[in-house]
Design a protein around this ligand. Structure first.
Ligand code: UDP
Length: 491
């Protein structure tokens, strides 16, 4: 190997899927590797770069101030012209099946800038979103090891793998309430038929997940935003039973050590005001309600949620991301007074909430969540117990992990796997929402046990990236392996 090569830092290209829930952890992961002396480049498109630019700037500032870490580079390429209006280049912008089809065509066409980057630069590895299935072959053609990243839990990947291998819905009764066991997992995991993606109804999705799984299997390995102590049985299962190569490098949100900084950006200009509101509330008295960036609630669902928050008797912060909704369609009587300025019970946030700051505020004692994996892990890291309200994607699996395996939350009884483009049958009543909040935040033994477990999990999460912690070690092992591979390729 040339001496020059030995002295060059590793160079990793990060290529996240075009949705905030994929971009945010990738930016954090890049900060984590850059802090360890890896040259990190993130390849994305203009609208998506805006989601992560401030996080990258902050990480780079801190590297400069502390004279450590390599500055993260952002390479911005146009989103392919597929007939979508300008700026429609994120999963959050899609409101129809036609938009979705065009968007996924654009995703396929992103192979060209990816290929071009790999032709023009030396890269030791590419951390590529698993949704870019074509990237497994593209990276292989350039001789670059591809590390798949889907941004979910190992538990969820193990559940998906069980379903893809066994197709348990094929033999399950054709009744939405039928209980369907997922075979071959470390615990007994069962879902209702209605909570699962049905391959008969969605053959395109079934094919997509089969090929994602196959592409990840023929890649160099996978990286997870998770940590060993969170889901040890599933890490063992994934590695040993399924024979997958993986590194757990999370919780990546801790990459910016000062978590208090994350989230205060131009995306949430009123962050200080929200925090002052929380400062005035007693410890553990506030329930935080947010459903990520891709979920939407019908007016009827919002009405019941609002009633539930009222009935719970708790203080609340509710992030309403359908900013153009008409409040008269959903707001129950008396609710406006709860959230009136200086109204004491509740705060609603329209637009981007500084989620990490809120979850880590001592006044917050519970989180009503859709179980997106970033939100789940952020709550676990903050030691906040959860009320689970999954909608679609991996969220029903994450709910099982939270409520049945980790026992750090309770569910509202969400029954329908449906994205924002689909309808759902069951509307969860306000009394049920209030009941679930009470079980997690109330005085009873159940709430106390859940809160104790959540606190313990938070301690483990924060330890994972400390020196000698499991994820800190996994990052080192991956870097060593990539460096060893560079040496073997160059001899
Ligand atoms: N997020 C945020 N403020 C918001 C909405 C979302 O900071 O108002 C962040 C949240 O902290 C998380 C990500 O956006 O890091 C959402 O990812 P998740 O996997 O929870 O859900 P998704 O949006 O992908 O469904």
């Amino acid at each position: 190997m040339a001496i020059k090569d030995e002295q060059q830092p590793l160079h990793i290209l990060f290529f996240p899927f075009l949705a905030p829930g994929h971009l945010i952890p990738i930016a954090d992961m890049a900060a984590l590797f850059a802090a360890r002396g890896v040259r990190c480049t993130i390849l994305t498109t203009p609208v998506n770069s805006a989601v992560i630019r401030s996080a990258i700037d902050r990480a780079n500032d801190s590297f400069r101030r502390n004279n450590g870490g390599l500055e993260i580079e952002l390479t911005v390429v146009p989103f392919p012209d597929v007939g979508l209006p300008p700026g429609f280049e994120s999963g959050t912008a899609l409101t129809s099946q036609d938009d979705r089809d065009k968007f996924f065509l654009g995703i396929r066409l992103l192979r060209e800038p990816f290929d071009r980057y790999l032709s023009e630069h030396h890269v030791d590895a590419a951390v590529v979103d698993s949704f870019f299935r074509w990237a497994a072959d593209a990276a292989a053609e350039h001789g670059v090891p591809r590390l798949g990243f889907l941004g979910t839990s190992v538990f969820a990947r193990a559940c998906t793998s069980s379903i893809l291998r066994n197709n348990p819905l094929e033999t399950a009764p054709d009744d939405p309430d039928a209980v369907v066991p997922l075979p071959g997992l470390p615990h007994r995991v069962e879902l209702r038929r209605s909570q699962m993606m049905d391959p008969k109804k969605r053959p395109d999705h079934w094919e997509m997940f089969q090929s994602i799984n196959a592409a990840d299997q023929r890649s160099f390995g996978e990286v997870f935003n998770s940590f060993h102590e969170l889901e040890p049985d599933y890490v063992e299962h994934y590695r040993t039973k399924l024979g997958r190569r993986m590194w757990l490098v999370g919780p990546v949100a801790l990459a910016n050590k000062d978590v208090a900084v994350r989230g205060t950006s131009e995306l949430s200009p009123d962050a200080d005001g929200y925090l002052r509101w929380l400062d005035a509330k007693p410890h553990g008295s506030v329930v935080y309600v947010s459903f990520g960036t891709l979920s939407s609630f019908s007016p009827a669902e919002m009405r019941e949620l609002a009633r539930g928050l009222d009935l719970s008797g708790k203080n609340f912060v509710w992030v309403i991301n359908g900013a153009d909704d008409d409040a008269s369609e959903w707001m129950p009587e008396g609710f406006a007074e709860l959230i009136a300025p200086r109204g004491e019970r509740g705060l609603t946030i329209r637009g981007w909430a500084p989620q990490m700051l809120i979850l880590n505020h001592p006044a917050v004692g519970g989180f009503v969540t859709h179980c997106g994996w970033n939100s789940t892990l952020e709550a676990a890291t903050a030691g906040v117990p959860m009320v689970t309200w999954p909608r679609y994607a991996d969220q029903f699996y994450n709910e099982k992990l939270i409520t049945e395996v980790l026992k750090v939350g309770v569910g509202v009884g969400s029954m329908d796997f449906a994205s924002k483009l689909e309808n759902r049958r069951v509307i969860i009543g306000g009394e049920v929402v209030a009941g679930a909040i009470g079980r997690v935040m109330g005085d009873g033994d159940e709430g106390e046990a859940i809160r104790k477990k959540a606190t313990e999990l938070g301690v483990k999460a924060r330890g994972a990236l400390e020196k000698g912690g499991s994820s800190c070690d996994d990052v080192g092992l991956l870097m060593d392996e990539l460096m060893a591979r560079r040496s073997s390729v160059n001899v």
